[in-house]
Ligand binder design. Structure first.
Ligand SMILES: [Zn+2]
Length: 389
């Protein structure tokens, strides 16, 4: 189970001066290509899913594939929500299996950015999940990503970054030092002096968005100045698009599988190049030893019921599934009845937590307390409850 704590991952990268790629995926081909490249290079990897891309795929369905891919490989992997806009987005991502979340309120005034970020940090940390915030603004290039990232560049300032970090408690900071979302037009100019100062003062892993189109030397200097996570999507998307155009120019290729052939391979090539360039190649084994694994906890309750008929029990279970599965850090709520008629306990709950930390935050959550005190405990006479890891 090589899903590892993303905070540990990036701390290691920060201390050893390399960067881990956070590759945005939009399809199974992207997932396969990114994982294949990471395996080839024996590198840690972050698989990202951007909320701004949710119109192109079903987040819940793709998350299931990402999680399976992450658990199947031996590499250290983290799964990250990229550009989450709200607290609700972050809760949903964690409950679907993200092991890190970004809250992007960078287009809001500082105080509003702080308060939204703070609410996500409080929730996510109570679930054992680290948070990336953004300060300053990385816009999209006109005609490309401008609709998803409208407006002009706003550079991150050191003073605001310090205030933002102090007020929010974020784990990683996405900074704006001259990159853009989409393809760079002309020679990109990056403000390394600014980055150097931010890194000197903050001393936390820094993140670059709009990683496509920089020179090898620019990447090296970013990493020298505290950048440990590089978000990368446009070049992957272009590589996939080129492959499809090439396939389509062959007149014998008419169906979907003909056109889509080889996309994973194209993604793999691009990803492998980045991994090599950013210094994370060969780091997988060392990281597996260094990072805490992400371990889910199964909260199991076996119980009998007094004073409710079968219909009453079923309606209580249905309500529980609805209410409890919305609590932050709850991956799944399963209910069941004993198959054997002479079983000592007739019913069960299995509530799956994203992390050990959720044992406490779940117990204290108002919705859980209300349900437990009003709907469950008054009727659940004999019961045993155990948390399994
Ligand atoms: Zn971004």
């Amino acid at each position: 189970m090589p899903l590892v704590h993303m905070g540990d991952m990036l701390r290691h990268a920060y201390q050893h001066k390399y960067a881990i790629g956070a590759f945005d995926v939009v399809s199974l081909d992207f997932i396969s290509g990114v994982i294949a490249a990471a395996e080839e290079k024996q590198a840690p990897v972050i698989i990202s899913l951007a909320e701004s891309h949710f119109e192109y795929f079903d987040f819940e369905l793709l998350m299931a594939a990402v999680e399976r891919a992450a658990r199947r490989t031996w590499l250290p992997v983290a799964i990250h929500l990229d550009h989450g806009e709200t607290l609700e987005s972050a809760v949903r991502a964690i409950n679907l299996g993200c092991t890190g979340v970004m809250v992007d309120a960078s287009n809001l005034p500082l105080q509003e950015n702080i308060s939204r970020t703070r609410s996500v940090v409080d929730m996510a940390h109570a679930c054992g999940i680290p948070v990336e915030g953004e300060l300053g603004y990385v816009p999209g290039v006109e005609g490309e990503d401008a609709e998803r990232h409208p407006g002009n560049v706003v550079y991150t300032t050191v003073g605001e970054a310090q205030a933002y970090l102090d007020a929010t408690g974020i784990d990683f900071l996405a900074v704006s030092v001259g990159t853009v979302h989409g393809r760079m037009k002309g020679e990109p100019k990056l403000d390394f002096e600014r980055l150097n100062e931010i890194n000197r003062v903050l001393q936390i892993p820094l993140v670059i968005h709009g990683g496509t189109g920089l020179s090898d030397e620019q990447y090296r200097r970013l990493i020298d100045n505290g950048v440990t996570k590089i978000n990368y999507y446009t070049a992957l998307s272009d590589a996939a698009g080129r492959r499809m155009k090439d396939n389509g120019s062959n007149h014998a290729a008419t169906g979907y599988t003909d056109i889509a052939k080889g996309i994973a391979g194209a993604i793999r090539q691009q990803t492998a190049r980045c991994i090599e360039l950013w210094g994370s190649a060969g780091k997988a084994t060392e990281l597996l030893e260094y990072c805490r694994p992400c371990r889910q906890v199964d909260h199991v309750i076996l119980y009998n019921v007094d004073g409710l008929d079968t219909e009453g029990v079923n309606s209580m279970m249905q309500e529980g599934q609805r209410v409890l599965s919305a609590i932050p850090g709850v991956r799944e709520v399963v209910t069941g009845h004993a198959v054997q008629h002479d079983a000592s306990y007739r019913h069960c709950w299995l509530v799956r937590f994203a992390d050990r930390a959720v044992i406490k935050s779940y117990k204290e959550h108002a919705d859980h307390q209300r349900f437990a005190n009003e709907r469950f405990r008054p009727y659940a006479g004999g019961r045993v409850s155990i948390d399994f890891e």
